[in-house]
Design a protein around this ligand. Structure first.
Ligand code: FAD
Length: 411
């Protein structure tokens, strides 16, 4: 049968796919991106971490992002009842960017995709990858075009950056259950009406539910007086609330006196949505002729806003692997891609586990923290989860357990 050929086929034009496309174009590779949706399209995941800036810069996209005028971000704030604490990411252990942005992903993702196209990647919107065949010498995919016709592409290599679409994990039965309980989120965008006094728009705000330490809300201010608002909880908790998603979100927000006061003047002009059971894992991040990027590989949890950072980090690592592979070098995807990528993911995982068990909350709200320790925590919250010079990266679990003991010991 007749089929097209390309050097690198990328599934999905989100942050992972767009950054990988640009980096591979910089190597002179021919890149074809197949994207199911028409951009701009909505995506969740709006608060970036400073670590991601290095990869946007590497991909030649930083200027376009800076010039778009997104909300500046320099840290994260946490609220629990009357307690407040914040981390300024510029005060951190690791080298590198200390600031970033809070972005409407429809616009942000379109900017990254346009930048990849400007660098010579071909992006086909509203084309959907339906099937993959790895039996031949080279992988082949079946794609449906907007007219509903199917066609085949044979690729030198496939990068699956399909996010929650998880195209290759599903087609190749690579999926494994996540170790986390099934949590979900209800979220919306609002005209927030938050008075400037006493509210820092330069930080994501995470509010812990007054009665349930494993339920939390995000407020992510955008430029222009709007805000992303959401709640995360176990599915069994969310199921107790009836009515429209907007009514359910409002009811849960009303349970926290501080947050409902903050949002007293908000205009709820956008219907809320729900997403449940987003945490996922895979048996392997690579195989013959393909590798998984970003969310197509693993997704942990939204609490530390690590998703986009992991996505663009994986794109950078994979592009470096392909550069070596195309020069004829025998490369080891397990040792040089999967294991290094997982190192940082596992740092975040230990922090996420500690957050939901409550220990990490004791750590951040503890009054007497040494500045040096706070700087190490701040670095990880800023996304520097791969920096081996940070003891909380090298021995995350043990360090967190010791620190928790210290912060909860009776005075
Ligand atoms: P995506 O951005 O999902 O892009 C994948 C693309 O692939 C999509 O455009 C899709 O249309 C396309 N696609 C899918 N299937 C196919 C197919 N068959 N054929 C062709 N194309 C296809 N991350 C953060 O960094 N900060 C946050 O504050 C944050 N908050 C979050 C809150 C919640 C509740 C959740 C669930 C996640 C959050 N995340 C956050 C995570 C973030 O959403 C993702 O990690 C991030 O979008 C992953 O990027 P990606 O490029 O891997 O995939």
């Amino acid at each position: 049968s007749k089929f097209e050929t390309c050097e690198i086929l990328i599934i999905g034009a989100g942050p992972a796919g767009a950054v990988a496309a640009a980096l591979l174009r910089q190597q002179g590779r021919q890149v074809l991106v197949i994207e199911r949706e028409l951009f701009p399209r909505f995506s969740i995941g709006e608060s970036l971490l400073p670590q991601s800036m290095a990869y946007l810069e590497q991909a030649g996209m930083l200027r376009a992002v800076v010039e778009a005028g997104f909300q500046f971000k320099n840290g994260a704030a946490f609220v629990r009842g009357d307690s407040y604490t914040d981390f300024d990411f510029r005060q951190k252990h690791s080298e590198g960017w200390g600031t970033t942005y809070q972005v409407q992903r429809a616009q942000f993702d379109q900017i990254l995709a346009n930048e990849a196209a400007r660098q010579g990647a071909e992006i086909r919107y509203q084309h959907q990858v339906l099937a993959v065949d790895l039996d031949g010498d080279k992988p082949r995919v079946t794609v449906r075009n907007p007219a509903g016709e199917h066609y085949q592409i044979e690729a030198g290599f496939i990068l699956d950056a399909s996010g929650f679409g998880r195209v290759l994990p599903r087609l190749l039965q690579l999926e494994t259950p996540s170790n986390f309980p099934v949590r979900g989120a209800i979220f919306t965008h609002i005209e927030d009406g938050i008075p400037a006094q006493g509210f820092d728009r330069n930080k994501i705000r995470v509010t812990v539910h007054p009665d349930h330490c494993d339920v939390w809300y995000w407020t992510i201010p955008f430029a222009g007086g709007r805000c992303s608002l959401g709640v995360v909880a176990e599915n069994s908790f969310l199921e107790r609330y009836q009515g429209s998603e907007t009514a359910r979100l409002q009811a849960i927000v009303n349970e926290d006196p501080g947050l409902s006061k903050l949002l007293a003047n908000a205009k709820w002009d956008t219907p809320a949505r729900q997403i449940v059971g987003y945490s996922a894992n895979v048996k392997s991040l690579w195989g013959k002729g393909f590798a998984l990027l970003g969310n197509a590989g693993e997704f942990l949890d939204p609490v530390f806003s690590s998703g986009v950072t992991i996505a663009v980090k994986s794109a950078s690592l994979a592009a470096a692997m392909l550069q070596r592979q195309f020069t004829g070098e025998a490369v080891d995807w397990q040792n040089d891609y999967a294991i290094p990528l997982k190192k940082g993911v596992d740092t975040f995982r230990a922090f996420v586990e500690s957050w939901y068990a409550g220990g990490f909350q004791e750590i951040i709200f503890y009054q007497g923290q040494q500045p040096e320790i706070r700087g190490m925590i701040s670095a990880i919250l800023a996304g520097y989860a791969w920096d081996q010079s940070n003891p909380y990266v090298r021995e995350t679990g043990r360090r967190l357990a010791t620190l928790e003991q210290l912060c909860t010991a009776p005075a």
